[in-house]
Design a protein around this ligand. Structure first.
Ligand code: AMP
Ligand code: MG
Length: 407
């Protein structure tokens, strides 16, 4: 990749590697009841304590019998219902009525679905000869006893919670939650709900970040809006660093107005100020703050959202002990021309649709980093790599659908 066009800019991939290399995952664990473990990160692998299914059972409503008897008239000698197995064995020319999920009795090797059976009182004849073993779900065919079900470092999804429950597992050991502090900086900021005032704007970043952070299991403190003032910033960062694993701030990291933030962070921690070759989100700060870490995001709300999603989320997930895989990208056709300068990786906000199997993406609106309304309408990033220039209508581009961490 050629970043010569804008020397001194750090490629986003490299920024991510640097972040993850520095963050050592938290080691402490806690044991939780299953229903409280959604989105938490497994601290140890899980092996199956049982077979799933536990025993051979029927995949159909029908009759369990011996395949070799299928041409004979068979006597129905009992039934096996889900949760109420047949107590006994079937012998030559015998069958039992069986329902889906019910255990296969000893002696039976096949289930014939009821549609292929003619019943006369307690006698049946088979109208369509089955294959040996048909319609039997075998013990352990879903999960075999002792097999690895989930590796350490896996974040538990709702499906994983269901899977663990199917194994009879009622509690799990997970890594502890992260402690995260957020604050926004800027003399111009007012909290939503305050009276509008000349020269002031409403603080969108703190509500945005605290909402996004509900999708990651963290204990959150919100330190509020901090004015562009040295003692106030020092006091906020000092409070935050004594408690938090991660402090996230917005604003004040671009050249010029960053002075106080830079000064305080240089005094309290070891922070690198990066210019990342991404758009939006060029100015970015990352480093040590006390025993924890600091992410300084640019103040424009779209820049805050995109840098949070692309750099902070992977950082937090890694710190939480999760083994993370790269974001999924899809191919799409550009529905119209897209403007782009070579030099930085663009995360343009787009709207992806699929019509008759063809992905098409269009811009979600104004691409300025202050325009949150376009990002709120978007459902994906149009990912345009650093070296790429403008895109013509009909050209193929990569898109990254938004995931639960940004919506
Ligand atoms: P900064 O990064 O502090 O230079 O801010 C860049 C731009 O983002 C300025 O126009 C700020 O007014 C705006 N901005 C900074 N913080 C926020 C915030 N919390 N909510 C909305 N806009 C912000
Ligand atoms: Mg500012």
């Amino acid at each position: 990749m050629d970043h010569c066009a804008q020397p001194g800019l750090l490629p986003i991939e490299e920024a991510l590697v640097r972040i993850c290399n520095q963050l050592t995952p938290v080691q402490e664990t806690e044991t939780l009841v299953l229903h409280a473990a959604l989105d938490r990160v497994l601290a140890a692998p899980i092996t199956a304590p049982i077979n799933v299914p536990a025993g051979d059972n029927s995949a159909m409503d029908g009759y369990a019998l011996r395949a070799q008897d299928c041409t004979a008239t068979l006597s129905v000698i009992g039934q096996s219902l889900a949760g109420h197995p047949f107590n006994g064995a079937i012998g030559s020319t015998q069958a039992i009525r069986i329902m889906t999920g019910a255990l296969i009795p000893a002696g039976a090797d096949t289930v014939v679905m009821q549609e292929n059976v003619q019943r006369n009182g307690e006698q049946i004849t088979i109208t369509q000869i089955p294959e040996m073993g048909e319609h039997i779900r075998r013990a352990g065919e879903d999960i075999a006893l002792g097999h690895l079900v989930m590796a350490a470092g896996q974040r538990l999804s709702a499906l994983d919670i269901g899977l663990l429950a199917s194994l009879g597992i009622a509690q799990v050991t997970v890594r502890r939650s992260l402690r995260v502090a957020i604050l926004t900086t800027g003399d111009e900021l007012l909290p939503a709900g305050a009276m509008p005032a000349t020269g002031k704007i409403y603080d969108s970043n703190r509500p945005l970040l605290s909402a996004l952070l509900t999708r990651i299991p963290v204990d959150l403190i919100d330190l509020g809006i901090i004015p562009d003032d040295l003692p106030a910033l020092r006091s906020a960062f000092t409070t935050a660093m004594h408690w938090a694993d991660v402090v996230i701030s917005t604003g004040g990291v671009s050249v010029g107005d960053a002075d106080y933030t830079k000064e305080v962070l240089a005094e309290l921690g070891e922070i690198d100020f990066w210019k990342i070759a991404m758009k939006p989100g060029k100015p970015f700060a990352f480093g040590r703050l006390g025993q924890g870490w600091f992410f300084g995001l640019p103040g424009n709300p779209v820049s805050t959202a995109v840098t949070y999603h692309q750099l902070v989320v992977p950082g937090l997930r890694h710190l939480a002990g999760e083994v993370i895989s790269p974001q999924q990208r899809l191919d799409a056709i550009a529905g119209h021309a897209l403007k782009k300068q070579p030099g930085r990786t663009d995360f343009q906000r787009g709207i992806l649709t699929n019509t008759n199997g063809v992905n098409t993406v269009i811009s979600a609106g104004l691409q300025n980093s202050g325009v949150l309304s376009a990002m709120a309408k978007a459902n994906c990033y149009i990912y345009l790599p650093a070296e790429q220039g403008s895109v013509a209508e009909g050209e193929r581009v990569s898109v990254i659908p938004f995931d639960q961490f940004i919506r």
